[in-house]
Design a protein around this ligand. Structure first.
Ligand code: UDP
Ligand code: MG
Length: 318
């Protein structure tokens, strides 16, 4: 064992046969020039191409490579999680395996980490994406910011470095619908951003069809917010208020202009609005309980500990 610190790379792979070797070699060259030990954790997320063969021969020629071959395709967020569960580094860098996240940026991430940050985001200054993706991503982060308590920095993906302590803390988030960039914000610790220009994919095609993006987007909102549930009770109060107005109107009409209303009309209108409002309010109450159940079953850590001075600190933190 050397006394150098260990940097782990978590690299999810889904049909990246044309990128793996280049990614590994470039990382080994750029980051390998720094005084750290390296560990490469490749997670094969059920690739249908020759990725696994490439990974096997890579592991055979570089002992620093670990390959986790998942039993099927579980999706990017789960693949990254499997990699995180495997990585042992003092710092862990999560990045895509298609060279869209340029290896040279890792040097900047490590510099910021050495300067005392626990989480270093790589923030895109520019990106080679379609106008559609840029506009929807921008709008999405605004909605997410309004609906949730987490403020995800705009233009960041999962490309980032996390310190070992953040890593240990994140390991306690075991929810199934995963939105890792939200979990990292939820975790806290000291964050900084590093700017970079995102490249185009080196080889192959995107494994993130619109369907998967929509799923990720919904996991972000529903995983970090129960506000949609609260909307039910709000709608209920609005309906109940309208019922009161309708009742007033119907009473006045019945008393002062009896010739203009049909027999039984007032009762029907008032009863309808009243029952509608009542039902929505009741649903809202159920919603509040469901929201709480939801938050409890996620079993997220209650808090994260940045530092303890004098004493061993909480026994089971979070
Ligand atoms: N990926 C994965 N499982 C999937 C889809 C993608 O592990 O089901 C990996 C993929 O190999 C890449 C990263 O996640 O390393 C990002 O995927 P991609 O480049 O296809 O997404 P995009 O950059 O187009 O958003
Ligand atoms: Mg990509």
């Amino acid at each position: 064992m050397s006394d150098r610190r260990l940097i782990s790379f978590v690299l999810p792979v889904y049909n990246e046969e044309g990128n793996i070797d280049l990614l590994h070699d470039t990382l080994a060259e750029t980051v390998g020039a720094l005084p750290y030990d390296l560990e490469f954790v490749f997670v094969n997320d059920g690739s249908a191409d020759g990725s696994m063969g490439v990974l096997e021969s890579l592991a055979a020629r570089d002992p620093r490579v670990t390959v986790v071959d998942l039993s099927r395709n579980f999706g990017h967020q789960v693949a990254v999680t499997a990699g995180l569960d495997t990585a042992r580094g003092d710092a862990i860098i999560i990045m895509d395996a298609d060279l869209q996240d340029p290896p040279r940026v890792c040097v900047d991430l490590i510099t910021e980490w050495e300067a005392g940050s626990d989480v270093v985001y790589a923030q895109r200054r520019t990106r080679q994406d379609t106008a559609f993706k840029r506009v929807t991503a921008h709008a999405y982060y605004r909605v997410l910011g309004r609906l949730t308590d987490i403020d995800i920095p705009p233009d960041t993906g999962d490309f980032r470095l996390i310190d070992r302590r953040v890593h240990e803390h994140l390991a306690r988030y075991r929810e199934h619908h995963r939105f890792i960039r939200g979990m990292v914000v939820d975790a806290g610790f000291r964050h900084t951003a590093v700017q970079f220009d995102r490249d185009a994919r080196h080889a192959g095609t995107t494994g993130y069809p619109l369907r998967a993006l929509v799923k990720l987007a919904t996991d972000g909102i529903f995983g970090f917010s129960t506000k949609p549930l609260q909307l039910i009770s709000r709608a209920g109060y609005v309906m109940a208020f309208l019922a009161v107005l309708a009742a007033g109107y119907a009473t006045i009409a019945r008393l002062f202009f009896p010739e203009r209303v049909v027999e039984g009309w007032a009762f029907v209108v008032v009863a309808m609005a009243f029952i509608g409002g009542l039902q929505l309010i009741m649903l809202g109450i159920l919603g509040s309980y469901i929201g709480r159940i939801y938050n409890e079953v996620k079993r997220r850590p209650l808090y994260g500990v940045q530092r303890v001075i004098g004493g061993p600190g909480p026994r089971d933190h979070g």
